[in-house]
Design a protein around this ligand. Structure first.
Ligand SMILES: Cc1cc2nc3c(=O)[nH]c(=O)nc-3n(C[C@H](O)[C@H](O)[C@H](O)COP(=O)(O)OP(=O)(O)OC[C@H]3O[C@@H](n4cnc5c(N)ncnc54)[C@H](O)[C@@H]3O)c2cc1C
Length: 476
């Protein structure tokens, strides 16, 4: 029997799982999809927020500020790209100039360090492409950027390397029993038992809580659509640029990603079904707002668009507590933005406070927080590259030309915890297929490598799990 079972393989579950094994708990993760990081954690802005935004005293404010402080160390341990690029909340009117002063005061109350108001001239020096209509900004020096799927996958991989188990395709359909002896059953009939259950199931969190008779909250979904520009346009901005929040909302942001692309978005739209398709109205509103923030936005360099859905709760805050309906069942739900930033701090709180009150933590002297970092081959010097190729010639074969990803990196993604099993899984772990041609050239070769490595017929290789097979038969 497991000490703890974590339902949901997003970033929240990832850090709860990692913290469990760090504290000597026998833990596992259940994920209904065929890979981890398939929910909100795969499609978001990737901003490590400073923490001035959330209402003082809320869980969002508390965990945002703590998570922001933890992120540089966590990213280093997990070998994940993170950059402290700083963020700017840009004011376009006298009224917005007053709002950014209020935001600064709120941030300081929340415990955010390094906040300052900067003038128009200072802003233009920092961001030469900013609209000349901008009048000043709140500069949050602790703001950062990170790759959300790299972070989630690495945290789960590190937990697994330290003894945690992962069950994919395990859609939790029933939870029976009590604290100390829960029995969880998947839709396909698989069963396992655990003393404590942590519900990190994102948009599905309400339904999972209902399985133990907890009806204490409701969740809704808000879709956000994005446009991604090629790395060629990477110097459009260097900080993350936000509009000043107004009664109508926060507007979109413009940011570099850690991989040097430019990300524009997200929109905000209430959705019923969690559908993540983009729309022409959504994308044109992103481009028109982006054009208000910056001059000469190179939309001709658009390489893809995507959408994610935020899971918000009727309490308008994160819900992180033991259920009042069921002892030993912990809800970690309503984790909308800044949930990515907060995840490391949420993981610590759930284990060190909520789980520790139910089960004694034994500690784990053998826990290794460090995950062997990806070599990020394309960033190495020629000497370093040659050294790696000497030891493993598969690094000498480029598979994804746009992102310069080698066969060695793809094989690593198929062999390392949590192992990729499909084309999108390889893409999230390596960036093969994320460049300008979006997989047009490398996809067939990636499919061949997957088939060979998993020892399965080529026509069974999928893009993203059952029903997304990419080959239907031979043409010649
Ligand atoms: C558009 C958008 C922009 C955002 N931008 C930012 C940002 O810039 N910075 C920031 O800090 N935060 C941001 N966020 C918020 C952040 O992405 C989320 O807070 C975070 O990803 C939530 O992670 P999670 O693990 O709670 O949920 P998810 O990532 O949704 O994971 C839940 C998992 O549970 C699984 N699951 C569901 N039901 C079951 C079941 N019955 N059995 C087993 N598994 C199940 C799902 O398949 C899923 O993988 C943004 C969110 C969105 C949508």
């Amino acid at each position: 029997m497991y000490d703890v079972v974590v339902i949901g393989g997003g970033v929240t579950g990832a850090f709860v799982l990692r913290e469990c094994v760090k504290n000597g708990l026998y833990a596992c993760m259940l994920e209904r999809e065929n890979d981890v990081c398939m929910g909100q954690s795969k499609a978001n802005s990737g901003i490590v927020h400073a923490g001035y935004d959330a209402k003082t005293g809320s869980l969002k404010a508390k965990f945002n500020v703590l998570g922001n402080k933890m992120m540089p160390k966590v990213a280093k341990e997990l070998g994940v790209k993170f950059r402290n690029n700083g963020s700017l909340v840009v004011a376009f009117s006298e009224e917005e100039l007053a709002t950014i002063v209020e935001l600064k005061a709120r941030g300081e109350k929340n415990g955010v360090e390094g906040l300052k108001i900067i003038s128009k001239d200072e802003l233009i020096k920092l961001e030469p492409n900013i609209s000349k209509r901008a009048m000043g900004a709140l500069f949050a020096t602790t703001g950062g950027i990170i790759c959300p799927y790299e972070l989630t996958i690495a945290a789960i991989g590190n937990a697994m390397d330290n003894g945690a188990d992962l069950y994919l395709g395990f859609e939790t359909a029933s939870i029976k029993g009590e604290y100390g002896s829960f029995e969880l059953t998947a839709k396909d009939g698989r069963k396992l038992t655990a003393k404590i259950v942590v519900n990190c199931s994102g948009l599905n969190g309400e339904k999972v809580a209902n399985l133990v008779g907890d009806n204490s909250f409701t969740l809704g979904g808000r879709k956000g659509e994005y446009i991604l520009l090629d790395r060629e346009s990477g110097d459009l901005v260097s900080h993350t640029l936000f509009f000043t929040p107004t009664k109508k909302g926060k507007g979109i942001l413009i940011t570099q990603t850690v991989d040097g692309n430019i990300l524009l978005g997200p929109t905000v739209e209430e959705v019923e079904d969690g559908e993540t398709y983009t729309t022409s109205e959504g994308l044109s509103s992103v481009s028109s707002k982006a054009g208000e923030m910056c001059e000469n936005v190179p939309f001709y360099n658009t390489i893809t668009s995507f959408a994610g859905v935020r899971a918000y709760s009727d309490r308008h805050d994160f819900i992180i507590e033991e259920s009042k309906a069921k002892k030993g069942f912990i809800n970690c739900v309503g984790i909308e933005s800044p949930g990515l930033t907060s995840a490391p701090a949420i993981g610590e709180y759930v284990v060190n406070e909520l789980i520790a009150a139910l089960l004694p933590l034994k500690g784990n002297d053998n826990f290794c927080p460090v995950r062997k970092p990806d070599c990020f081959f394309k960033n190495l010097s020629d000497e370093e590259k040659n050294e790696i190729i000497k030891n493993d010639p598969s690094y000498g074969r480029i598979v994804c030309r746009c992102e310069q990803i080698t066969e060695g990196e793809i094989l690593r993604a198929l062999r390392e915890n949590p192992k990729a099993t499909d084309i999108d899984g390889v893409k999230r772990r390596t960036r093969a297929g994320m460049g300008r041609c979006q997989g047009g050239f490398c996809q067939p070769y990636v499919a061949e490598l997957i088939a060979k490595e998993l020892n399965v017929p080529l026509d069974t290789v999928t893009k993203a799990g059952a029903g997304t097979e990419i080959l239907v038969g031979k043409t010649k």
